[in-house]
Write a protein that binds this ligand. Structure first.
Ligand code: SER
Length: 315
């Protein structure tokens, strides 16, 4: 991994991954691309190119121009948006992935793309969900993720492409807000706690989902991509998680810092339905054993850091 092309670089993961990669591999060696251009470090601190991932020729020519050896394909619609626009999600999530895999095959690049807890469904064991288990998701996003995992494994077996992936849980960060996800409540709650002192959750109490603080997610990407391939029994994709909680638990943790914080509920049936179809907590043993995955942040440590950083950002 010496020269890296990242798609969806202005999204929730990309906004922070680009800085981390530029810090490790050198600013000029991380080519950020996105369908839009906004004022951001991602655009100004190193190479940036406008790219619609549906445009295979443009993707190829950018990859070729910079002679990249690694592609990190992040551009995708998240679960709730995909449920609202299923055909667009299929076309973008699968079309973008195929283009990125083809570019990687032609230029022999190492390849990363995130999967998700959304790749599981109601028939999946809900607690300590194993690495290898039933994957029959009932959402368009989940269908895309399972198909994507299989496609990445296919490119590995058929073409010898070095494809690797992570099944991310809900990712929490103070830098770029997520958009259109089911787990987004666990980000919004921190913003509203600081701005309003209260939050109305669209996810019902008692609904457990896996979550992870962004620094752990970024480190997981780098560790997996740098892992010795000889140790990888799995590739697409590894279960990773740092914590599992339900809305009352995150509210209680926030109250340790903001005692007057109030939580109420106005459940969104669509996102609640998606959450109900996902695991309560997944098992990351294979990631730990095969490439040393480890998370530093639990709910307590993450909440302290989120509130500190957000207070600075919002003041
Ligand atoms: N955070 C994502 C979502 O909620 C899960 O991959 O859609």
């Amino acid at each position: 991994m010496k020269k890296i092309l990242v798609t969806g670089a202005l999204g929730q993961i990309g906004s922070e991954l680009i800085g981390k990669l530029r810090g490790i591999y050198g600013a000029e060696n991380v080519i950020a691309t996105d369908i839009r251009k906004v004022e951001s470090d991602v655009v100004t601190n190193g190479p940036f190119e406008l790219l619609d991932v549906m445009d295979d020729k443009a993707m190829f020519s950018i990859a070729k121009k910079y002679e990249v050896d690694t592609v990190m394909h992040l551009a995708a619609l998240l679960s709730a948006t995909a449920e609202a626009k299923p055909l667009l999600a299929w076309n973008l999530n699968m079309g973008g992935l195929v283009n990125a895999l083809e570019v990687s095959r032609e230029l022999n690049c190492q390849f990363f793309t995130p999967s998700s807890i959304g790749a599981f469904g109601p028939a999946t064991p809900k607690d300590s969900t194993p690495q290898d288990t039933i994957q029959r998701p009932t959402t368009m996003y989940g269908v895309n993720k399972v198909a994507g995992e299989l496609l990445c494994d296919y490119y590995f077996h058929k073409f010898g492409l070095d494809t690797r992936g992570l099944r991310f849980p809900g990712l929490i960060s103070y830098v770029a807000p997520p958009g259109g996800g089911t787990t987004d409540y666990a980000v919004e709650i921190y913003y509203e706690a600081i701005k309003e002192g209260k939050y109305t959750s669209y996810i019902d109490k008692g609904t457990y989902m896996d979550m992870m603080y962004m620094p752990d997610a970024l480190q997981a990407i780098v560790s997996l991509m740098e892992a010795d391939p000889a140790n990888l029994k799995h590739r697409n994709s590894f279960n990773v998680t740092a914590m599992s909680f339900e809305p009352e638990q995150i509210a209680a943790e926030i109250r340790k810092h903001i005692p007057s914080f109030e939580m109420s509920y106005n459940v969104d049936p669509v996102r609640q339905g998606i959450a109900n179809s996902w695991p309560n907590s997944i098992d990351a043993t294979c990631a730990m054993e095969e490439w040393g995955f480890k998370a530093e942040y639990d709910l307590e440590k993450m909440t302290k850091d989120m509130l500190e950083k957000l207070k600075q950002k919002l003041s």
